[in-house]
Ligand binder design. Structure first.
Ligand SMILES: [Zn+2]
Length: 247
């Protein structure tokens, strides 16, 4: 989970929002509550939030990743428009730009109708998750027993098997990387000529650049990779070595 920047509210939403909301409110008055509106009628009334002029800028803001688990659902399913405050409890926020989040179907289903007003979870547009969450091995954990972080992990199922598996795969590659870098640094330190040292340094720089791509915010599970690199001693040593030897 990483911090996201919310884009500008689309003009087309601004122009249509009130009429969509008025129609929904009319049905709520007619049937007595949001939940009592007949299913098909309700589906037609609320479906506007799935318009492309909402989905496209929303999904762009997260590089088409789920705002909660950082998977890329487009690779194996659909990314969905999630209502941070559930529309079933807060129907007046059904078409509210600041209430939308890009979300995978797994997180959307797990979070379901959880009431984020009475039992808050992280909204990554408003709170930087990295300040209150960290990773230990393949588990995500709250920093300093932070209640908001703890609740987010539980409500969105951020330590479920479907997320531990890819983290395990990434961890295994990162362990290999750390070992290779450690050997490369030893090799660098034992070089006897400047030419060799320069060659070794170039190779170390290239592999650092490659591994840093994984922590790029556009990549899946980038928060996990970034967290690993921050705590990876060989990576930090290599960065120092590069900095100390750059002209
Ligand atoms: Zn997700």
């Amino acid at each position: 989970m990483i911090k996201l920047e919310r884009g500008e509210k689309p003009d087309a939403l601004e122009n249509s929002q009130q009429s969509w909301q008025d129609a929904l409110n009319l049905a709520i008055s007619k049937y007595g509550s949001y939940t009592l509106i007949p299913k098909r009628e309700k589906e037609t009334l609320v479906s506007h939030y799935r318009n492309d002029f909402i989905k496209v800028p929303l999904f762009e803001s997260s590089n088409s990743k789920c705002a909660f688990c950082e998977c890329k659902p487009a690779e194996g399913g659909n990314i969905e428009v999630e209502h941070f405050r559930p529309k079933s409890i807060y129907p007046l926020l059904t078409f509210e730009w600041t209430n939308f989040l890009p979300c995978c179907s797994k997180c959307n289903t797990t979070k379901s109708n959880h009431d984020t007003a009475t039992s808050p979870i992280i909204n990554p547009y408003d709170t930087d998750p990295e300040l209150i969450l960290y990773y230990e091995d393949i588990r995500i954990k709250p920093r300093d027993a932070n209640a908001l972080a703890k609740n987010t992990i539980a409500v969105c199922g951020l330590n479920s098997i479907r997320l531990m598996r890819p983290r395990g795969d990434i961890l295994s590659s990162l362990h290999d990387f750390a070992e290779a870098i450690e050997n490369a640094i030893e090799d660098f330190n034992s070089c006897t000529t400047d030419l060799r040292r320069r060659n070794r340094l170039r190779r170390i720089t290239e592999s650092i650049e490659r591994i840093e791509l994984l922590a790029n915010r556009s990549e899946r599970y980038s928060g996990y990779c970034k967290s690993y690199l921050n705590g990876c001693a060989p990576y930090q040593m290599a960065k120092k070595l590069i900095a100390d030897n750059s002209e």
